[in-house]
Ligand binder design. Structure first.
Ligand code: 7TS
Length: 406
């Protein structure tokens, strides 16, 4: 993988921040966008902008072809069985809320259980808290082990015949843990439960095959995988989506409307009420082309090397605590002595280095780790070992600045 050539496709990376070349280590929050994606959106607005699925004019059919073409690209990217299983949404949060509100509220009763993990992002935690509150179901947690992983033995102990939904993240946005989705799905299915996977931190980095994983729902956001903000995907198995009621009602999603009753369009449009996110979907299609051209296996191999290098270099810093397992996705969450992560991040910013500091929308996990906040450096296909070296130098400066003798 020619990282130098890849970096040239990302204009934003070629700039100085506070007089230093930018080092972007916050891709888990949102990724940067290559020229190909920016141009695809630009071209759509310059040449093809129109609403979809209605006009019979040329621009209308071009926009529709591009929008539906993007759906086919997502279908292939996930190896879904059919394009009706790919629903465009605003992002992971919206996708998970659709499953919770539509499937969750209709299938869960006060006799049932919903199983999640303590490492869930708020987007895959609060919707289930809400379903549990409204239905009277019990919300259960698979325990987190000291190394930041969950064991299949604990999954087997937690999931019972009362469990209706198991909702788990594929990759933790804090610990970098990669969860064994296929095996968890098998356990859930043995008990007649469904599995909902939060793929926000996985789809950008790993080859995801929803048929191989045998997951029932899979949610992710375009903006973390080179596409613009405001577009995301909900994959769902056809037989489940067919039985579900839409969450948003209005234009685009109906078949026939009468005074007191209406019928819905077939999948996937039943779940896409209102004018869809046309430019966003086209941008996501271009992002998928870009990722496929490089190859997801190559991206993963590059990131595995970066993650190992980052762990090795950061472990050299005395007083630095790293959270999460050794085998992890390309992100490292840490604290430097008792310096507040916001202060660490501010010093790094003066060095041109962008990381994230805070609770990372995972307050339950912060409690388990017994911290208020952490700092996080997250990497993607455009990062290099030099970026990690700059981070390590920056952290040494932060130690000097705060006069920490650890
Ligand atoms: N799930 C996980 C695992 C995430 O990391 C995020 C966003 C979401 C869901 C929500 O995605 P959205 O696109 O709907 O907002 N995570 C982060 C993060 O780690 N830092 O900023 C956003």
């Amino acid at each position: 993988m020619d990282v130098k050539a890849i970096r040239e496709q990302f204009p934003i990376l070629n700039q100085e921040i506070n007089g230093k070349p930018l080092v972007y280590l916050d891709s888990s929050a949102t990724s940067q966008k290559p020229i190909q994606v920016i141009e695809a959106i630009n071209e759509y607005y310059r040449k093809n902008n129109s609403n979809v699925h209605r006009g019979v004019h040329t621009l209308g059919s071009r926009a529709t072809d591009q929008y539906e073409g993007a759906r086919d690209k997502v279908k292939q990217f996930l190896n879904a069985k059919d394009r009706g299983e790919i629903i465009f949404t605003r992002g992971t949060t919206t996708s998970l809320n659709i499953v919770a509100q539509s499937y969750g509220l209709d299938h869960v009763t006060n006799e049932d259980e919903i199983v999640i993990t303590p490492m869930e992002h708020h987007s895959n935690l609060i919707p289930w808290q809400q379903v549990a509150k409204r239905t009277g179901a019990k919300l259960k947690y698979i325990p987190l082990k000291a190394d930041g992983t969950i064991s299949l033995e604990d999954v087997r102990k937690t999931v019972t015949d009362k469990t209706k939904i198991v909702a788990v993240t594929h990759v933790s946005n804090v610990l970098g843990t990669v969860n064994p989705i296929k095996e968890i799905a098998e356990i859930a299915h043995q008990h007649g439960a469904i599995i909902v996977v939060d793929g926000a931190q996985a789809a950008p980095h790993l080859k995801v095959d929803v048929q191989e994983l045998n997951c029932d729902f899979y949610a992710f956001s375009g903006h973390k995988m080179l596409a613009p903000t405001g577009i995301g995907v909900l994959y769902g198995k056809r037989e489940l989506l067919e039985k579900m009621e839409p969450v948003e009602f209005g234009g685009e999603m109906i078949d026939f409307v009468e005074k007191f009753d209406s019928t819905w369009k077939e999948l996937p449009w039943k779940f896409e009420g209102g004018t869809p996110i046309i430019a966003g979907a086209i941008g996501l299609g271009a992002a998928i082309d870009f990722l496929n051209d490089i190859g997801m296996e190559n991206i993963l191999a590059h990131e595995e090397k970066l993650a190992a290098y980052a762990l090795e270099r950061l472990s050299e810093i005395e007083g630095l605590t790293i959270y999460g397992p050794k085998k992890r996705a390309a992100l490292v969450t840490f604290n430097l002595g008792d310096i507040h992560p916001h202060d660490v991040s501010t010093v790094l910013d003066t060095e041109g280095i962008a990381i994230r500091a805070g609770h990372h929308c995972a307050q339950v996990l912060m409690k388990e780790l017994d911290v208020v906040a952490t700092a996080r450096a997250s990497m993607y296909l455009y990062n290099t070992e030099e970026d990690i070296d700059r981070l390590v130098e920056g952290l040494q400066k932060a130690k000097e600045y705060f006069d920490v003798t650890i």
